[in-house]
Design a protein around this ligand. Structure first.
Ligand SMILES: Cc1cc2nc3c(=O)[nH]c(=O)nc-3n(C[C@H](O)[C@H](O)[C@H](O)COP(=O)(O)O)c2cc1C
Length: 230
């Protein structure tokens, strides 16, 4: 199959999405599309390299929103029906909201719109399925209650991208998610993969439910379920 797999900027279900993607790339042609936030968040969670590693060649490109300017030429392939399937996993509340309102002003929302025009089946894995509390995972985080404000800070010294502001926070836009800082700090002042509970907004859940009205769109609960459609 020829598949386009789009990542948006959600930490929730991100690792599971990368794992599902890795299971299909050897047997299928997969073009990967990253929203700007998708690119940033993949880096924060240390998953960007894993995605890069499965790209290369025609129809196996990495299409970044920042390179697609404002008209997203690559999505023309979807309107021309050149793919068998579009997968959006994980899908942020932001992207879901835009899709259900017909907005197509980002690489991923535009890909969904063009897939609809080209009758390309689209699988969407939203982060907001049901109202209530949901557990999700954080990228690296400075735990200030453990920080002894050492001079020099060993965690900051170990960071290859200079992302740690000692005694303050981690600049996530510089963080590569490598985890070196977690190993370097002798006081466990840097956490990685911490689980927190967040509350799903009713508005976002309602938007997710509206997806079922879109032609050619199938809503899935988990990235693993994508594999049943390939
Ligand atoms: C570390 C981190 C994790 C995030 N996780 C989520 C998430 O799980 N779900 C979500 O809807 N937004 C999440 N966001 C916010 C989105 O990245 C943000 O709304 C972004 O504008 C979405 O753009 P996109 O929909 O074009 O990818 C997260 C942001 C950060 C910095």
């Amino acid at each position: 199959m020829r598949i386009a797999w789009a990542f948006t900027g959600a930490g929730h279900l991100l690792l599971e999405s990368v794992e599902a993607l890795e299971k299909i790339v050897s047997k299928h042609e997969v073009t990967i599309m990253l929203s700007r936030a998708g690119e940033e968040v993949l880096k924060m969670y240390g998953l960007y390299e894993r995605v890069i590693n499965v790209t290369g060649g025609y129809y196996r490109e990495l299409a970044m929103e920042k390179d697609q300017e404002f008209s997203f030429p690559i999505t023309g392939r979807l309107s021309m029906g050149r793919y068998d399937l579009l997968v959006v996993s994980p899908t942020t509340s932001n992207t879901i909201s835009k899709i259900v309102h017909g907005i197509a002003d980002t690489l991923v929302t535009n890909a969904v719109a063009q897939a609809g025009k080209g009758a390309v089946k689209t699988l969407i894995v939203p982060v907001d399925m049901e109202s209530g509390d949901v557990e999700t995972v954080l990228p690296s985080k400075l735990e200030l209650e453990n920080c002894k404000e050492c001079q020099p800070c060993e965690a900051a010294a170990s960071c290859p991208s200079g992302a740690i502001i000692p005694g303050t926070e981690i600049n996530l836009l510089k963080c590569l998610g490598c985890g070196d800082c977690q190993q370097a700090c002798p006081f466990n002042a840097v956490s990685g993969g911490k689980i927190i509970t967040i509350h799903m907004r009713q508005l976002d859940v309602e938007n997710t439910h509206k997806l079922i009205h879109l032609e050619e769109v199938i809503v899935l609960r988990s990235p693993e379920q994508v594999l049943n459609h390939i």
